[in-house]
Design a binder for this molecule. Structure first.
Ligand code: NAD
Ligand code: TDX
Length: 352
């Protein structure tokens, strides 16, 4: 068992990173957590108000591509583990502007790996955990699952940049013996999900009675996992995974996009007191995403077998709670949509 004492989390102000910090700090009061985040459009410190005053928590606004800053933080905070979430994460943005995906996801990861390698030489024990995605495996037909042995075949600039990062992680383990771990998770959902992604976008548009854009024929399949179950999996891999290993993470929960959209419509109608079927009228089939992967499905049996991880959420409960969270946190959504959330850093930490 590896017990981190000072954990550097990158991208901790994003959707999964913030859920992870909230989860991890609640269960590991003895561990210091340093959150390095550039606060791009996707970073929101309002996701972290629960840990803000905690003496074990420190936020640093900065870029993972800044080698000097990363080296200084590792040394100054005596970091013995890195959980690397920071990334450009939206597939559609990677189609309209791929450059930043290569910079952040590939060069940023290499910068962290190199600084970690130099820093870890002096330490008895260290872990570098790369948080990655099932999208690195490409697309499935109607049958089969991605295992950790499935060859990498990314199709979007986003997934190609994540695959590049995963391969650098592998190389740093093989070449330098850096104790790395690599998780590859299916689609997450839950609180603090940025409303450019399918589920929160649909919730928001239903509320506003705007059209619900479904790409192509709506029959693409995604495998959805609650972000808290992903957070628990990452903690388990960090503490119990053998360096050099890859672990797939997923909840055996495949849905066609159109069925998810209809489900969200129906649950929203119930909550908003609208007539049954009213929100489904908003569904609009639009032009397909370029290179749109048809189906993702994760085989997570290695993680279940070797590290005894099991998801705790049924989808029925998770999606109902997520919709209730968005309805109860309309202020959060409005601030994100209006851009007002981006001023929080200055009010909280002063101008940069
Ligand atoms: P997100 O877009 O919500 O958050 C990304 C965070 O990284 C933001 O806070 C942003 O400010 C920060 N960031 C971006 N560039 C940075 C830089 N140069 N330096 C420092 N910080 C920077 O993403 P997410 O959905 O929370 O995803 C987190 C990680 O999990 C990513 O690596 C992603 O590839 C992976 N992942 C996501 C999913 C999913 O369904 N969302 C599934 C599997 C894996
Ligand atoms: O408006 C939409 N209409 C639509 O039909 C949007 C935003 C999406 N879609 C479709 C595209 C996908 O098939 O819904 C599905 C889910 O789309 P996204 O929410 O954009 O997620 P996806 O492309 O599957 O990628 C997500 O999961 C894997 C995350 O954004 C990635 O960071 C993660 O690696």
């Amino acid at each position: 068992l590896f017990t981190p004492t000072s954990l550097l989390v990158t991208g901790g102000a994003g959707f999964i990173g913030s859920n992870f910090i909230n989860h991890f700090m609640a269960g590991n009061p003895g561990c210091r957590v340093i959150n390095l985040d550039l606060l791009t459009y996707a970073g929101n410190l309002k996701n972290l108000t629960a840990v803000e005053g905690n003496a074990s928590y420190r936020f640093v606004k900065g870029d993972i591509c800044d080698a000097e800053l990363v080296a200084r933080l590792l040394a100054e905070e005596k970091v013995d583990a890195v959980a690397h979430f920071a990334a450009e994460s939206h597939v559609d943005r990677s189609i309209t502007g791929p450059d930043i995906f290569v910079r952040t996801n590939v060069l940023g990861t290499q910068t962290l790996l190199e600084a970690s390698r130099l820093h870890a030489e002096k330490l008895p024990d260290f872990r570098f955990l790369q948080v990655s995605t099932d999208e690195v495996y490409g697309s499935l037909g109607a049958e089969g699952y991605f295992t950790e042995e499935t060859p990498l075949a990314p199709n979007s600039p986003y997934s190609a940049s994540k695959a590049g990062a995963d391969l650098l992680v592998r190389a740093y383990f093989e070449t330098f013996g850096l104790p790395t771990l690599n998780t590859r998770c299916s689609n997450n959902y839950g609180p603090y999900h940025f409303p450019e992604k399918l589920i929160p976008l649909m919730i928001h548009n239903i509320l506003k009675k705007r059209s619900l854009p479904v790409y192509g024929d709506g029959l693409n399949v995604r495998d959805w996992l609650h972000v808290k179950d992903h957070s628990a999996a990452i903690e388990r891999v960090l503490k119990r995974g053998r360096p050099g290993e890859i672990f797939n993470v997923g909840g055996n929960n495949e849905w066609k996009n159109i069925d998810i959209v209809k489900l969200v419509c129906d649950l929203m109608d119930e909550r908003l007191g609208r007539a049954a079927g009213e929100s489904r009228e908003l569904i609009t089939f639009v032009k397909d995403r370029k290179g749109h992967d048809r189906r993702y499905a994760i085989d997570a049996s290695k993680l279940k077998r070797d590290l005894s991880w099991e998801p705790s959420y049924t989808f029925e409960r998770g999606i109902a709670e997520t919709i209730d969270w968005y309805l109860a946190n309309q202020g959060w959504v409005e601030e994100v949509v209006s851009g007002a959330y981006r001023e929080y850093y200055e009010t909280q930490y002063g101008a940069a």
